[in-house]
Design a protein around this ligand. Structure first.
Ligand SMILES: [Zn+2]
Ligand SMILES: [Zn+2]
Length: 131
């Protein structure tokens, strides 16, 4: 799969049954809906990302294309305080996070989930590549 952001081929990292498409070039991460479910282990949160029309009222069309269906992704404002947008396929194929965004987004979740995912990410990136 090519990176949503820079079009370089992404590598697949597998940790704890979660396959994460990761771009060595720009640090972007693509998570499809199945991976997201395993990673977050919380159907409500996954639904919030993928099934509710929007998490906030702020949505804009991205110039980036979904790697699955090649339609334009939508940018959702998930953290107004820090101006963090994540890219989501309207057909629920998955989410794209720019470098560091996944970590920031996870910080918005309740603590238990945050800890679990943060330690998983630490394993994946050995704590040094996602900031
Ligand atoms: Zn990239
Ligand atoms: Zn799609």
């Amino acid at each position: 799969m090519d990176c949503v952001n820079c079009r370089e081929p992404m590598i697949v990292l597998e940790v704890d049954q979660v396959e994460i498409d990761y771009c060595l070039e720009c640090g972007g991460i693509w998570l499809d809906s199945g991976e997201l479910g395993i990673l977050l282990d919380d159907d409500d949160i996954v639904a919030e990302f993928l099934e509710k029309p929007v998490m906030t009222n702020h949505v804009r069309e991205s110039e980036r294309l979904c790697p699955e269906c090649e339609k334009n992704l939508n940018e959702l404002l998930v953290d107004p305080d820090n101006g963090i947008y994540i890219d989501r396929c309207a057909d629920r194929h998955g989410l794209f996070f720019d470098r560091g965004e996944l970590k920031q987004v996870i910080g918005l979740f309740r603590t238990e989930t945050s800890k679990k995912v943060a330690s998983l990410l630490k394993d994946i990136f050995r704590g040094d590549k996602i900031d």
